[in-house]
Design a protein. Structure first.
Length: 317
């Protein structure tokens, strides 16, 4: 799916790059690098729609001149690259060009990256090759060196505030949203007053470590995980962001910043234990990409372990 708002922004911010690639004779290999959620994939798909005939087939994922990886959240295998090689050197079927898009290319193994080097270095004159990565340093140097790097910076605060203005009017929730978004538009439809207040309440229940609220907390988690739109990775990501924000507000008072996490609520929870909880949730989020396990059970185990830690800080007399 292409985000039209972000495309309009990048038509200006990346005007030289966009104009160059929209020329009839453009080809080559490009690395679109930058944080998640800043429009890299939308730009690649937008260019595909502009450059390929019958662009309506792109939305249906049936265009014969567009090859996208990975397929349905699977790993990219050597077999996929062998398929790309065979596909790439057959001339276009319906268009003047062919386009390859590999999303989060840094997840490719060393073997897979080595397999793709020749095609990156010497693509046919009708082929555009886009590697998209939010962690380009994880790519092999040999992979990066064969591409023209196009860096996408975090989106400016003013741009994000314009998108948020119809979702929340509370200044403190707008600041909270900007912190969580961190220069991206990932899941920006989530950022409504209700959802933000829900995540603040859930974060407060966890960080408070009041065992009398444990049943309420677990019931909330159970309800959230049963929602049809529930996304495990996004849930953990936004919870980690909220905990970091709470930790910041607990320890740093910035001028004119409105408090959304009551310091008294989490006063007796040590910074060290909160940091340790964030670390465990980060590991859990990473494991979600590669493992099949009971998410709810693992999440509850981490929270219960956090609740049983005795970390009342020492008070100075």
């Amino acid at each position: 799916m292409i985000n039209e708002t972000i495309i309009n922004y990048h038509l200006e911010s990346k005007k030289t790059f966009m104009d160059f690639l929209l020329k009839e004779d453009s080809s080559g290999s490009y690395l679109l690098s930058g944080p998640q959620g800043v429009g890299k994939r939308s730009v690649a798909l937008f260019l595909a729609k502009k450059l390929l005939s019958n662009p309506h087939k792109i939305d249906k994922e049936i265009h014969p001149d567009l090859f996208c990886l990975p397929k349905k959240n699977s790993k990219i295998l050597v077999e996929d690259i062998e398929e790309i090689d065979q596909w790439a050197f057959n001339r276009p079927f319906e268009s003047e060009r062919k386009i390859i898009i590999i999303h989060e290319a840094h997840n490719m193994s060393t073997i897979v990256q080595n397999k793709i080097l020749k095609l990156l270095e010497e693509p046919p004159n009708y082929l555009l090759f886009f590697l998209i990565s939010s962690s380009p340093s994880q790519l092999l140097t040999t992979t990066r060196s064969r591409c023209i790097n196009v860096n996408f910076d975090p989106l400016p605060k003013e741009f994000l505030m314009e998108l948020l203005k119809d979702k929340t009017t509370s200044p403190e929730l707008i600041n909270f949203s900007l912190y969580l978004l961190n220069g991206s538009i990932n899941n920006i439809e989530y950022y409504t007053d209700k959802n933000l207040n829900d995540i603040i309440n859930l974060t407060s229940l966890i960080l408070n470590k009041n065992k009398s609220n444990l049943e309420t907390l677990l019931n909330k988690v159970d309800k959230i995980t049963k929602e049809k739109t529930f996304n495990q990775s996004f849930f953990i990501t936004i919870l980690i962001g909220a905990m970091n924000y709470a930790l910041k507000q607990k320890n740093v008072r910035l001028k004119n910043e409105r408090i959304i996490f009551d310091k008294e609520t989490i006063r007796d929870t040590s910074n060290l234990s909160i940091v340790d909880l964030i670390k465990k949730l980060t590991y859990l989020n990473h494991d979600l990409k590669w493992s099949n396990f009971n998410f709810k059970m693992n999440f509850e185990d981490i929270v219960l372990d956090f609740f049983t830690q005795g970390d009342k800080p020492l008070r100075m007399a």
